[in-house]
Each structure stands twice: as structure tokens, then as C-alpha cells.
Design a protein around this ligand. Structure first.
Ligand SMILES: CCCCCCCCCCC/C=C/C(=O)SCCNC(=O)CCNC(=O)[C@H](O)C(C)(C)COP(=O)(O)OP(=O)(O)OC[C@H]1O[C@@H](n2cnc3c(N)ncnc32)[C@H](O)[C@@H]1OP(=O)(O)O
Ligand SMILES: NC(=O)C1=CN([C@@H]2O[C@H](COP(=O)(O)OP(=O)(O)OC[C@H]3O[C@@H](n4cnc5c(N)ncnc54)[C@H](OP(=O)(O)O)[C@@H]3O)[C@@H](O)[C@H]2O)C=CC1
Length: 366
């Protein structure tokens, strides 16, 4: 099947725009879509000539287009100035995959020392060896196995970070997740597991670092920044109610910590991603994910998923001194969804809420 190129290379050439990152997706029907996020760095012309994209699609990952896609991904750069995080030490939980990986990678490319922590050590090690290739100016990734639901593991993580990096300037509470279920089918243990994974973990790790490091610093200039990754749950989170509730807890905890710790120079903020395509994240939902994506994309004002790098930029900004007057906030990265409800649950239940007062005209019904 001939490949229909959607690459906006003409625009890039004409306006000399800058390209930061690329999102590619095979739709399984022989078409590869290439989305360019036209922002920061200049795309080399030889990579993005319109004519070079008229190749038939393969799904092996080895064709010319895939090669160019990978090349483009590896060109993804940061909008922040080189060396911005030199001398800074940061913990990113869940940093071996998806959003956490993108955040850790951007930080290390800016010179930070970063501990990535999660349960699967082999995933962390593979990620670290990849990321260390893009490290700049002394940036380095260290790995630490940690189940964030376990308080002993949390204490060991903080000990490891202090010993290897000599301090902690930033924390990204990104590890998290949930499973899909209607409320009535969630067991108490299941609900508790999700609350522990997303809320208790954030409380335990933030507190541990505060008590052992931030509260001990004489020099308040060496301040701390915590960024909590939550999700777009402003109007509830049907089919993942446990997670919606846990993240609402994180948002409120964020405000309390922000107000209590501001005197110690510690800032605390939330980032609420909308629907961000990460291979690892979506793999948790198996076949449901594909169907979900096709029904949900038209409901996103931007008509596309976000990329991990688009979340990472905001997280890195909040960690940086550029955000020194920002604390207690929750910011969405959601393509215009306004941190609203993700329509996980199709409303195909019929007229279950019948009007009690008066008649509802036919045209006002589904
Ligand atoms: C309707 C359409 C759906 C579309 C799907 C696309 C969704 C896109 C959403 C976009 C927004 C959000 C994106 C993301 O969050 S991406 C990140 C996703 N990553 C993860 O979720 C990974 C982490 N998740 C987990 O580790 C688990 O879900 C959990 C937090 C629960 C931990 O599980 P674990 O097995 O370690 O827990 P326990 O062994 O302690 O078990 C405790 C109880 O939990 C019950 N449980 C666990 N998994 C499930 C399940 N899949 N379904 C039902 N119940 C589950 C388990 O049974 C235990 O309870 P019981 O003893 O009572 O049985
Ligand atoms: N992708 C999206 O559309 C959205 C994602 N989010 C949130 O962003 C965060 C990252 O998601 P994403 O990167 O997409 O998905 P991933 O599944 O790739 O990331 C989840 C990460 O958390 C780690 N993790 C999960 N449970 C634990 C645990 N108990 N202890 C330690 N680490 C744990 C996992 O590693 P391991 O399994 O090795 O422990 C994994 O690295 C999550 O909190 C997610 O809920 C929010 C909104 C939208």
C-alpha cells in the first residue's frame, strides 16, 4: 500500500520552524502517521524531505521510515538551557518506563544526577544504560529497586539517594497506576492497593526526604521541589474510581505540604496528564487500549494523545529554579481536556434517570 506522507516538512522548510520531538504510530492498516512537535530544535533537512517519505510501510521496525522515526526520536531535545541541572540530584519513581523515563532522560541531558526507582530492576538497568548515553555535563542515572507501597523500601531508597548523590534537590512521584473496573466490582484490597500505590507512596517518600534532608538544611538556598504526577480527574474518574480518589488525595496533600514546607524552601506541585501515549502504560490494558483510543481521540480538543516529552517539559520546569514562586498548584497537560473526565465508560445505559417533573421532549433524549 502506498504510504501517504503527513510530514509537514514543507512548513518546516518554509518557516524554518523547529522540531522538538516526534510521535509515530502504526495504525495496523499499513499507514504510519508521523506527528512532529514543532517547537524547539531545528530538524536536519535530509531527515525530513517530503519526497523521502513515499516508501511502503513495513511493521518490522526496520524500514526506511522507521529508521528515520527512530533517528528523529533520538534527536528529541530539551527546550531548557544546557547544564541547567548541573549539581542537582533528583529521584524519579517509575523512572524506567514511560513518563518517568522521559523525565529522567531530560534531566540527565541537562546535567542532573537522577535515581530512578521501581520494582523491576532489570527494566531500570536497561533504561539507565540507555539514558546514560544522552547524559551531559556529569549527569548520571542510578537505579534503585523499590516498591513504593513498602515503607522499608522507601527508607532504603532515600538512604541510597543520599549516599550516591550526596543530597536530594527534587522528587518526582510518578510511579503509579490502577486497573479498570466499575466501582461495584472493586474489592477492598484492590481499592487499598491502588490507594497505597498512588497516595500513600507519595506521602511516605515526600515525608522521608523532608525529615532526613530538607528539614536539616541550614542553607535554604538549596531548596527542594516535589512534583506529583496525578491524572485528569477533575470530574471523577469512572472505571478507575479508586485511582481518581487516590489522586484527588494527592492533589490535596500537595497543597498541605506546599503550605507547611514553604518555610524550608520546599515547593510542591502536581502535574495532571490527560491521555499520554506511552507504550508501557497502555500495555497494562491489553486490547482495551486500542478500542479506547479510537473512541477517545475525537473527544480530546487537540485530537491526539500527548507525548511523554510534552509532560516532561512541564515537570522539568517545575523542578527548576524558574518555578521558584510556584507552589501548591495542579497543572494539566491534556490537549485542552481541562483536566476533565476521560470518557472511559460509554454512556449506553438507556434512560435510567427518568424525569420526575414534567415530560422530556424526544429530541432531548439519546
Ligand atoms: C474501559 C476502557 C479502558 C481503556 C484502557 C486505557 C486506559 C488509558 C487511561 C489513561 C489514563 C491513565 C493511564 C495510566 O495510569 S498508565 C499507567 C498504568 N500502569 C499501571 O497501572 C501499572 C501499575 N498497576 C498496578 O500495579 C496494579 O493495578 C495495582 C496498583 C492494583 C497493583 O496490583 P497488584 O497486583 O500488585 O496488587 P495486589 O497483588 O496487592 O492485589 C491487591 C488487590 O488488587 C486486585 N487487583 C489487582 N489487579 C487487578 C485487576 N486488574 N482487576 C481487578 N482487581 C485487581 C487484586 O485482585 C487484589 O484484590 P483481591 O485480593 O481482593 O482479589
Ligand atoms: N500515560 C497516561 O496517559 C497517563 C499516566 N498517568 C500516570 O503517570 C504515571 C506514569 O505512567 P506511564 O509512564 O504512562 O505508565 P507506566 O506503566 O510506564 O509507568 C508506571 C511506572 O510505575 C512503576 N510502578 C508501578 N507500581 C509501582 C510500585 N508499587 N512501586 C514502584 N514502582 C511502581 C512501574 O515500574 P515497575 O512495574 O517496574 O514497578 C512503571 O515504571 C503513572 O502514575 C500513571 O498513572 C496519569 C495520567 C495519564
Amino acid at each position: 500500500m502506498p504510504y501517504k506522507c503527513q510530514c509537514p516538512s514543507q512548513r518546516i522548510k518554509t518557516h524554518n520552524l523547529k522540531v522538538r520531538s516526534m510521535f509515530k504510530a502504526c495504525d495496523g492498516r499499513g499507514t504510519t502517521k508521523i506527528f512532529l512537535s514543532i517547537i524547539y530544535t531545528k530538524i536536519p533537512h535530509q531527515i525530513c524531505q517530503h519526497s523521502q517519505h513515499s516508501t511502503p510501510i513495513c511493521r518490522s521496525g526496520k524500514c526506511e521510515i522507521h529508521r528515520k522515526c527512530s533517528l528523529m526520536s533520538s534527536l528529541a531535545l530539551t527546550p531548557f538551557k544546557a547544564g541547567l541541572f548541573v549539581g542537582k540530584s533528583i529521584i524519579v519513581t517509575g523512572g524506567g518506563t514511560g513518563l518517568g523515563y522521559a523525565i529522567a532522560k531530560e534531566l540527565v541531558s541537562l546535567g542532573a544526577k537522577v535515581v530512578i526507582a521501581a520494582r523491576r530492576i532489570e527494566v531500570l538497568e536497561a533504561a539507565a544504560s540507555e539514558m546514560n548515553k544522552s547524559s551531559q555535563r556529569g549527569g548520571k542515572i542510578y537505579v534503585c529497586q523499590c516498591n513504593v507501597r513498602n515503607e522499608d523500601d522507601i527508607q532504603k531508597l532515600v538512604t541510597f539517594a543520599l549516599e550516591t548523590m550526596g543530597g536530594i534537590d527534587g522528587l518526582v512521584n510518578n510511579a503509579g497506576g490502577q486497573f479498570v473496573s466499575p466501582v461495584e466490582n472493586i474489592s477492598a484490597r484492590g481499592f487499598k492497593a491502588v490507594v497505597e500505590t498512588n497516595l500513600l507512596s507519595c506521602f511516605m517518600l515526600s515525608k522521608e526526604i523532608y525529615n532526613r534532608w530538607w528539614s536539616q538544611q541550614e542553607d535554604r538556598k538549596r531548596s527542594g521541589s516535589i512534583v506529583n504526577i496525578i491524572l485528569a480527574n477533575k470530574n471523577g474518574f469512572p472505571m478507575m474510581a479508586h485511582s481518581g480518589a487516590a489522586r484527588a488525595g494527592v492533589e490535596n496533600l500537595t497543597k498541605s505540604m506546599a503550605l507547611e514546607w514553604i518555610g524550608r524552601g520546599v515547593r510542591v506541585n502536581c502535574v495532571a496528564p490527560g491521555i499520554i501515549y506511552t507504550e508501557s502504560g497502555f500495555a497494562n490494558y491489553g486490547e482495551m487500549a486500542g478500542a479506547f483510543l479510537s473512541s477517545v481521540l475525537p473527544c480530546i480538543p487537540a485530537h491526539r494523545c500527548g507525548t511523554a516529552e510534552e509532560v516532561s517539559s512541564l515537570v522539568v520546569f517545575l523542578l527548576s529554579d524558574a518555578a521558584v514562586y510556584i507552589t501548591g498548584q495542579n497543572m494539566g497537560v491534556d490537549g485542552g481536556m481541562g483536566q476533565g473526565t476521560i470518557p472511559l465508560r460509554p454512556q449506553d445505559h438507556g434512560a435510567s434517570l427518568l424525569p420526575v417533573y414534567g415530560e422530556l421532549p424526544m429530541k432531548a433524549r439519546l
